[in-house]
Design a protein around this ligand. Structure first.
Ligand SMILES: *Cc1c(COP(=O)(O)O)cnc(C)c1O
Length: 495
């Protein structure tokens, strides 16, 4: 199947076509120039497509079908936790009392929303094992930045100036990026042969100039660090804070808690573990939970409850780092994630994590046999948590097909590829995370597709190297797309 060329909505535009007709004006017709300052007025009319309603619907519906999404197929994108987004949550978030709330509504008129946020904060505090929660950050990476600013405020308040942040070489790219944004220097810590933190390297680098250790546990190899208590005590001994990247919380909800492991700050990706749709489905959210010693510095406003059970937004926190963003955060996300926690309950969350781990280990075990085991071995071969990382290095060496080629061919089999080329320390990495809601047939089907692709590569490597064949676009020049992104349309060239 060769798909039709993508036509923009501007190319479909015809002057005078309309989706809606407005009734005649029944208020005085005023010149905008009399009402608005000159700087706020357009120099020329906005260039909008002129198109009939059915054509708009068809246009966007057609585009949506050219995409691959969670509701159309298996999406085992490691580290991202592409879990099912229950539709019930959409109904909760669409309730008019939530969806039509104005962010500037006074607190006394938004008691229900504040109560939901208060309850949600307490649920996250329980899950993380840390007593204070701030819902403001808009993503996991934004939570990281908040955590590092909190770390700085904490040390400065004690009269200490620390410049370094330690992070393992398996860490997600946002970790060093956040460190740099917060004005610290990243120092990498090596990984040992079990896939955990190399304790000798950690001890060598842990000094009085270290502000914080950022750690993901289970890490991006899907492995739980067995030395976590030792790691925490090394860092506490030098007075550093411990930051837990909670992106992999889907492996441990209700089973182990970052607070109990000795962490001071955690971010939670609501668009990962807590079912908020990713990307085009809506905004994300990365609340943070912190220990008592970090709490005085948390962003404002804080939600407080008075003795009569009434909620207020308090900015009266003298040591606060200030605001991380406008208003209180992405409220609709809170509603969906709170709905998820309420519908599963404590036992249900634990069962979700246990099933996610079971599914990953089932796939890992099935893949130990046959061609998958031969050409895509797992580098750190242990019981995994919610995800595991294969290496396509033998496939590249013996069959001349890379992780990228296999990923592209998976699209022809109807599966979204796993994350590839991350974490960086695994050559030709393929990081697979099935999540908890997939059927055994789907898990089997994916492993069997890998098996078939490797058989194809044995017969005809070029065939796999040129995949995909059935998608709306074939291989793209990804380097050029990243270096020279076309982010605007030359509208004049189209008309
Ligand atoms: C996704 C992810 C992040 C960043 O979270 P965003 O919400 O995408 O900003 C950080 N660390 C790890 C391990 C992740 O998987």
């Amino acid at each position: 199947m060769q798909a039709e060329r993508a036509v923009t909505i501007f190319e479909k535009s015809h002057p005078g076509r309309r989706a809606a007709m407005l009734p005649p004006l029944d208020v005085p017709d005023r010149d905008p120039a009399d009402l608005l300052p000159a700087a706020a007025l357009r120099k020329r009319a906005a260039r909008l497509p002129e198109i009939a309603e059915p054509e708009i619907v068809r246009h966007y519906n057609r585009i949506s079908r050219r995409n691959f999404d969670l509701d159309s197929g298996f999406y085992p994108l490691g580290s991202c936790t592409m879990k099912h987004n229950p539709k019930l949550h959409e109904r909760a978030a669409a309730l008019p009392g939530f969806s039509r709330l104005h962010p500037l509504q006074p607190a006394e008129r938004a008691q229900g929303a504040l109560e939901l946020m208060w309850n949600f904060e307490h649920a996250l505090a329980e899950i993380c094992g840390l007593p204070h929660v701030c819902l403001q950050p808009s993503a996991g990476s934004h939570g990281e930045l908040a955590g590092l600013l909190l770390t700085r405020a904490y040390h400065e308040d004690r009269g200490e100036h620390r410049t370094k942040v330690l992070a393992p070489d398996t860490s997600h790219g946002t970790n060093p990026a956040s460190v740099t944004m917060a004005g610290f220097e990243t120092v990498k810590v090596a990984t040992n042969e079990r896939g955990g933190v190399d304790l000798d390297d950690l001890r060598a680098k842990a000094g009085e100039d270290v502000a914080c250790l950022m750690l993901t546990n289970p890490n991006t190899l899907g492995l739980f660090d067995e030395n976590i208590e030792e790691i925490a005590s090394i860092m506490h001994d030098v007075g550093a804070t411990l930051y837990y990247d909670g992106a992999n919380l889907n492996a441990v909800m209700g089973i182990s808690r970052p607070g109990d492991m000795g962490f001071d700050i955690v971010h939670v990706n609501l668009h990962k573990s807590f079912t908020q749709p990713h990307g085009g489905g809506g905004p994300g959210s990365g609340p943070i939970a912190v220990s008592d010693r970090i709490a005085p510095y948390l962003p404002v406003p804080r939600i407080v409850r008075d003795d009569d059970g009434r909620f207020e937004l308090s900015t009266n926190e003298p040591k606060s780092i200030g605001r991380m963003r406008g208003f209180q955060g992405n409220f609709g996300v809170f509603v969906r994630s709170y709905a998820y926690i309420c519908s599963l309950g404590a036992e249900g969350l634990k069962a979700a994590s246990e099933t996610a781990v079971l599914n990953a280990n089932y796939m890992l075990a099935r893949g130990r046999e046959g061609r998958v085991g031969k050409y895509l071995p797992v580098q750190f071969d242990r019981t995994c948590k919610h995800e595991y990382v294969l290496s396509a290095a033998p496939a590249k060496r013996e069959l001349s097909v890379k992780a990228l080629d296999i990923a592209k061919r998976l699209l022809d089999y109807g599966y979204h590829p796993p994350t590839i080329y991350f974490p960086l320390l695994v050559d030709e990495a393929m990081m697979i995370e099935p999540t908890e809601t997939e059927t055994p047939e789907t898990l089997d089907g994916f492993v069997e597709a890998l098996e078939k692709i490797l058989a194809e590569a044995e017969r005809d490597p070029e065939f796999v190297q040129n995949a995909p064949y059935t998608t709306p676009v074939r291989r793209m020049d990804e380097a050029a797309a990243a270096r020279n992104p076309v982010v605007t349309q030359d509208l004049d060239a189209l008309s």
